[in-house]
Design a protein around this ligand. Structure first.
Ligand SMILES: Nc1nc2c(ncn2[C@@H]2O[C@H](COP(=O)(O)O[C@H]3[C@@H](O)[C@H](n4cnc5c(=O)[nH]c(N)nc54)O[C@@H]3COP(=O)(O)O)[C@@H](O)[C@H]2O)c(=O)[nH]1
Length: 593
């Protein structure tokens, strides 16, 4: 047991200086059978650190556990103010609240930022109880100190897990919301702008699927580090989960500044990196929302940036887009279409219209282009320009395109059986369909099921579908071997490398209607159309001009030797019954009745 005389310098105004009360004779010998000795032994051997102070909270006695916990030897702390020894940083503010609590209740307890003798920190829980004499005058205080470092560490860990992403160490969604709310409050006061950049890595799934999840994790960690280094310390970089990150940029003066930051982020993320021995390049799509916007709270800012990110994906990935209400409305409209498309096939809402293609020499019918129409459940007719891109993106174009192919084959067979049409029905193949390995099988099955000869079918693919020339050549070859005709659609709007033309087994080039529209008034369009016609003929291909609407356009095309045309001048796309009637009349040419 350690006992000391009270220190004369302790200056608590709340009570007189005194030596330990005889009620607890701290210096009593520790003999068994003697109650005081027993108390002394209990004090000394108690596991909890205990200090007995005088009424001014200057140390009179401390037990062994106190010394173990704080590192302070009994003799060294005797007479010193308890708080000075165990929590010197908090003494001034604690003294006042302690005095009040002790005067009112005779007890105080709370957490202290404790400090050991060696200067190390040790969070403590202090329970202080006043001992008073018969008149109620404070004589001593008994202080019990608990080491709460483990509890504090657990609390810190729980706090960390609740606020940070375990993989990257970045703030998570919860902390992001808190920081963004604070950032907007600060910006409102200071008149700054705050930008929220919502990032989604492009084709991250491919890395996960091809190199494995460990590689995916490494990639995410690397990207997290790059993002962190791209912005200022005070800006927040958070990971929402998966491959989604959010950056909150504060203190912006101009909208343009965020564009510069977004541009930098695109470059930094896009720099090559090595993962699992593979050199990769990843890109990201970024959506941006800005505070202040009307009613833009933290939730809305993140939601809007997410919407804009989606728009960036649509715009070809590896770019950034700003949010606008208009964009939001468009996204909602898209969602409605996508949901409707999911049920359109089973509800029989699709129909195929057919647009005649004619020979310019004699207006003979040379083909029928099959064009999808969607009669949506709400009674509207949704044009393919609106639903085909969404169907492509969601993958729904595969079953829809397959249905169109089978239906067109069945219809062509009916016309043939009726002795009406022997011209090919031309179907548009989207890039997604084209790149599915089974497209040749699907076509083969559709032909076989309908009993239609392949020469009655033509397929149209756009230039951009053929960008990977090696893959495209192989697929086109398979389709060609089945015996169908092949055309390049919207020619002139996509891929500019013409070298592929001689490699592909194609029969026709279709000049995009954007060139045909002003052919009579715009010398540039006229020059392009003439060049395409010459190029096609040199390569032994036939040329079809799309979107022919006027006699002047027709005359021009005829003079230039264009082979075929398609457009409203001859006919818009027609429902099956109208085409049947047209075929019965012999089409537009000399054979027409
Ligand atoms: N993958 C698939 N894509 C398809 C399918 N069906 C259609 N589509 C594609 O949708 C785009 C729009 O088609 P649509 O609204 O049917 O427009 C076609 C014609 O109506 C239009 N056209 C024809 N003549 C004229 C004209 O004189 N003026 C004018 N302004 N427009 C005209 O052109 C469209 C045909 O274009 P193209 O396919 O390039 O020959 C369109 O891109 C379709 O390809 C499908 O089943 N699968």
């Amino acid at each position: 047991m350690s006992v000391s005389e009270p220190h004369p310098g302790c200056d608590d105004p709340s009570g007189p200086a005194s030596s330990p009360s005889t009620e607890a004779p701290a210096d009593a010998p520790a003999t068994s059978g003697e109650p005081l000795g027993l108390y002394a032994q209990a004090f000394e051997h108690c596991h909890e650190a205990i200090a007995i102070t005088d009424a001014r909270r200057c140390i009179v006695a401390v037990n062994r556990a106190f010394t173990t916990l704080t590192g302070h030897a009994a003799a060294a702390v005797a007479g010193q103010a308890l708080l000075d020894r165990v929590a010197p940083r908090r003494r001034p503010e604690l003294d006042a609240s302690l005095c009040t609590a002790l005067a009112l209740n005779g007890t105080w307890q709370g957490e202290l930022p404790g400090r050991r003798d060696d200067g190390s920190d040790c969070p403590l829980w202090l329970s202080l109880t006043e001992v008073r004499d018969a008149t109620g005058t404070p004589q001593h205080c008994i202080a019990i100190l608990l080491d709460i470092s483990e509890r504090k560490a657990n609390e810190a860990r729980i706090h960390y897990l609740a606020h940070f992403d375990a993989l990257t160490g970045l703030p998570n969604r919860v902390l992001l919301h808190q920081r963004l709310a604070r950032a907007t409050a600060r910006a409102r006061r200071a008149g700054w702008k705050v930008a929220v950049l919502f990032l989604d890595l492009d084709r991250f799934k491919t890395v996960n699927d091809s190199l494995g999840h460990d590689a995916g994790d490494q990639l995410l960690t690397e990207v997290a580090g790059r993002l962190r280094r791209s912005v200022r310390e005070e800006d927040t970089v958070a990971r929402l989960g998966g491959d989604e990150f959010v950056i909150v940029v504060e203190r912006l003066q101009r909208d343009m500044d965020v564009a510069l930051i977004a541009d930098k982020v695109l470059r930094v993320v896009g720099a090559p990196l090595t993962i699992a021995g593979h050199e990769l390049r990843v890109s990201t799509s970024i959506g941006i929302s800005l505070f202040p916007e009307p009613s833009a709270d933290a939730d809305a800012l993140i939601r809007n940036a997410d919407t804009a990110m989606y728009h960036a994906k649509q715009a070809g990935r590896d770019n950034f887009q700003f949010f606008s209400e208009d964009m939001n409305a468009r996204v909602l409209a898209r969602l409605t279409i996508e949901n409707g498309l999911r049920h359109a096939l089973e509800r029989g809402e699709f129909a195929i219209y057919y647009q005649p293609q004619v020979a310019l020499a004699d207006a003979r019918l040379t083909g029928l282009e099959a064009l999808l129409r969607w009669h949506a459940a709400d009674g509207t007719v949704v044009p393919p320009d609106r639903f085909v891109p969404i169907a492509e993106e969601s993958g729904l174009i595969v079953p829809i395109g397959e249905w169109a192919l089978r239906e067109a084959c069945r219809q062509a067979r009916r016309w043939r059986d009726a002795g009406l049409a022997t011209v090919p029905v031309a179907l548009n193949l989207s890039a997604v369909q084209f790149h599915r390995a089974e497209i040749a099988t699907v076509l083969h099955d559709a032909l076989w099921e309908s009993g239609l000869e392949p020469r009655h079918i033509a397929l149209e693919v756009t230039e951009s579908t053929l960008m990977d020339a090696d893959v495209a050549a192989a697929t086109l070859e398979q389709l060609h071997e089945l015996g169908v005709a092949l055309a390049i659609d919207d020619f002139g709007t996509g891929y500019s490398n013409l070298g592929y033309l001689k490699r592909f087994p194609i029969d026709r080039l279709k000049i995009d209607r954007s060139f045909v529209r002003d052919i009579v008034t715009d010398p540039n369009d006229a020059a392009i159309v003439c060049a395409v016609i010459r190029l096609a003929h040199t390569l032994g291909l036939r040329v079809v001009a799309e979107g022919v609407e006027t006699v002047e356009q027709l005359d021009f095309l005829r003079r230039q030797g264009c082979d075929e045309a398609q457009g409203y001048l001859f006919s818009p796309p027609l429902p099956e019954a109208a085409v049947t009637a047209l075929l019965q009349d012999g089409g537009f040419g000399p054979q027409a009745r």
